[in-house]
Write a protein that binds this ligand. Structure first.
Ligand code: UTP
Length: 294
């Protein structure tokens, strides 16, 4: 059966970003740069490379900077071109044409599940992708969200990205349990949001990419506050896992960075800098120098 292609995505970016205060006092953490590109631009670039044309950004109290970033900046472009800085002007212009952005507001940070639900009116009755605005999956040739979209298109079931985490890290993630079926993917049986240390039933952790059918909307609407008093996406997904269509855990290929965490953010900056030919040797030399100094 051919199923509709995934062309719409929700990118939640309305969290408080408390781990990055005071940097996130006036700008969302999704706007913090990885080298010189805001995290959310890298996330949306992944979506665009997977064929997504419409992105619903869920904004919080600092919404202006994200909207402005993806908007035209005529004066800036004009000034740059008049100074002969055409490469910079092209880079600025390219951001404003990369995708259609629809901004919605999450008035209070009630949790990730609630943030996704804020995208309902803009997405409507079709399957869609969710990409967390502070989570990076680095894969230049096979975008992470595209890997999930393929599984949805083959099976008609929701698909969520999973990765095996190191022992002792399970309590920081949503953890899933299931069995591989004929598709080669994990048919999810059980989901636990941030299990207490030492109690996790597996090391398969949910990372910030999802392709979900519209059947998730009523499940989200019925979800009450769970772990941490927040409306959790994982709790709504449990309903999908229990439905006849089921829910697949897909081991995504790519290097994953949690850019919403200080160490993850620094690691992402180093990894992306090392990928840039003009920076690589200097960054390596810098790291060696600093390692000797301390
Ligand atoms: P996080 O839990 O990493 O975001 O949510 P946070 O709450 O901002 O983090 P800290 O702990 O305070 O530093 C994952 C993603 O979901 C979004 C965040 O912006 C992030 O992209 N989110 C979370 C929302 O949009 N709304 C919410 O209510 C919660």
């Amino acid at each position: 059966m051919t199923r509709s292609r995934i062309t719409k995505a929700v990118v939640p970016a309305a969290g408080l970003g408390t781990r990055f205060l005071p940097a996130t006092k006036a700008i969302p953490k999704e706007m913090l740069p990885i080298v010189d590109i805001p995290t959310i631009q890298l996330v949306i670039d992944e979506a665009v490379r997977a064929g997504i044309t419409d992105v619903v950004v869920v904004n919080g109290r600092n919404k202006v900077s994200i909207e402005d970033h993806f908007d035209h900046a005529y004066e800036l472009e004009h000034t740059l071109r008049s100074r002969g800085a055409n490469a910079a002007a092209d880079a600025v212009e390219a951001v404003s044409t990369m995708v259609r952005i629809i901004s919605v507001r999450q008035k209070r940070p009630l949790g990730l599940g609630h943030a996704v639900l804020c995208g309902k009116a803009a997405i409507g009755n079709e399957p869609f992708a969710v990409l967390l605005g502070d989570d990076l999956i680095d894969n230049d040739t096979n975008p992470g969200i595209g890997q999930l979209a393929k599984v949805y298109e083959q099976t008609g079931s929701g698909a969520i990205a999973i990765m095996e985490v190191a022992p002792g890290q399970e309590h920081m993630y949503g953890i899933v349990v299931g069995e591989k079926d004929a598709t080669g993917h994990l048919r999810i049986r059980q989901m636990i949001e941030k299990p207490k240390p030492g109690t996790a039933p597996s090391r398969w952790a949910i990372v910030g990419r999802y392709v979900l059918p519209p059947a998730v909307w009523p499940l989200l609407e019925a979800t009450t506050p769970g772990h941490g008093g927040e409306i959790q996406l994982t709790d709504a997904l449990r309903g999908l896992a229990e439905s006849p269509e089921g829910l697949y855990g897909v081991v995504v290929e790519g290097i994953r960075h949690d850019a919403g965490d200080k160490l993850g953010y620094l690691r992402a900056n180093l990894c992306y800098a090392l990928k840039r030919p003009e920076l690589r040797e200097q960054v390596l030399a810098l790291v060696r120098e600093l390692a000797q100094l301390t």
